[in-house]
Design a protein around this ligand. Structure first.
Ligand code: CAA
Length: 291
């Protein structure tokens, strides 16, 4: 199977690695709007694999075989793809334009499946007006590790495409969960308001950053506290998902925290900008209320 990943950011490169790990996949096209962005995504994968080799968790030959499957470039290299997974910016128009271009001008394989890794946008709307159906194939960060794929059936996604994507997810060693069209799907509808609530708790001065994260780690056995997880996912993504769920439901329980909005405006987005609830300068992780 040949897979085209459109967008080589955190999610795109992680998804590319997840596919390259699969024996049924011989080629992964990792694409972005500039070749250098795609190269950066590839380097992230290489760095991650180098770490595993250094720890003795992977043979160098296995790492080489995996990276050897990945070809980087512009999306024009995806001509013979069997599956496209779009992981571009969370912007409806960008996604619609991308799928139109891929379907009309680039992908020549008539049986290609077109999937989006959107974290909350409507699959039905992404697919509206396109010649071929679109399906949601939502991975979780870090994509090579996390076991879930939400398979989102838009209003016009045929059942057979849903079944094909579930089978592909299983081949990746993941567990697919079928989800109907709904803002935030299952995980983000539950997880993101929880992170938003943790930010409200911080803004209300109920505890400090480490206190809130430790409470949820030790009290609920979560692997990461909600504020560090927000930093890890990206606070801009958290805000975008809250706004999508609110716009769809008009329910005030999904109103984004003003502190979250302020931090996003200030480009304090978490790990990716080096500062969010924690400061990541010099490879450290220091709560910003303890500096
Ligand atoms: N890419 C690839 N592999 C990675 C990785 C990455 N970015 N980060 C960690 N790993 C691997 C490590 O190599 C390691 O593998 P081995 O055991 O085989 O060596 C394994 O994951 C565990 O990593 P660590 O030992 O370094 O650290 P850890 O045990 O603390 O686990 C974690 C790290 C998996 C990220 C864990 O903290 C965790 O599960 N956190 C919660 C993550 C989560 O909730 N993700 C969902 C976010 S929501 C989302 O993504 C959807 C959305 O649309 C917003």
């Amino acid at each position: 199977m040949k897979v085209g990943i459109i967008g080589a950011g955190t999610m795109g490169s992680g998804i590319a690695q997840a596919f390259a790990q699969c024996a049924d996949v011989d080629t992964v096209y990792l694409c972005d709007i500039k070749e250098e962005f795609a190269e950066n995504g590839f380097n992230k994968i290489k760095k991650q694999l180098d770490k595993r080799v250094a720890k003795g968790k992977m043979e160098q030959s296995a790492a080489d075989q995996l990276t050897g499957k990945i070809k980087t470039g512009l999306n024009t290299i995806c001509t013979d793809a069997d599956l496209i997974v779009e992981a571009a910016l969370e912007n409806m128009q960008i996604k619609k334009d991308l799928f139109k271009e891929l379907q009309e001008n680039i992908v020549k394989n008539p049986n290609c499946i077109f999937a989006s890794n959107t974290s909350s946008l409507s699959i039905t709307e992404i697919g509206a007006g396109l010649e071929k159906p679109v399906i949601g194939m939502h991975f979780f960060n870090p994509a090579p590790v996390m076991k879930l794929v939400e398979v989102i059936k838009g209003e016009n996604t045929p059942d057979e495409v849903v079944d094909q994507v579930k089978a592909i997810s299983e081949k990746l060693g993941k567990t697919p969960v079928q989800v109907n069209e709904a803002a935030g799907f299952v995980v983000n509808r539950i997880l993101v308001p929880m992170i938003n609530e943790a930010i409200c708790v911080k803004a209300a001065g109920v505890s400090d950053i480490e206190g809130i994260d430790n409470a949820m780690k030790l009290g609920c056995n979560h692997p990461m506290g909600p504020l560090e997880l927000g930093d890890y996912i990206g606070l801009d993504i958290i805000l975008a998902i809250m706004d999508v769920i609110f716009a769809e439901t008009h329910d005030n329980k999904y109103a984004a925290s003003p502190l979250l909005r302020k931090m996003v405006r200030g480009k304090k987005l978490g790990v990716k900008t080096g500062i969010g609830f924690y400061n990541y300068a010099d490879g450290k992780k220091v709560p910003t209320d303890k500096q």
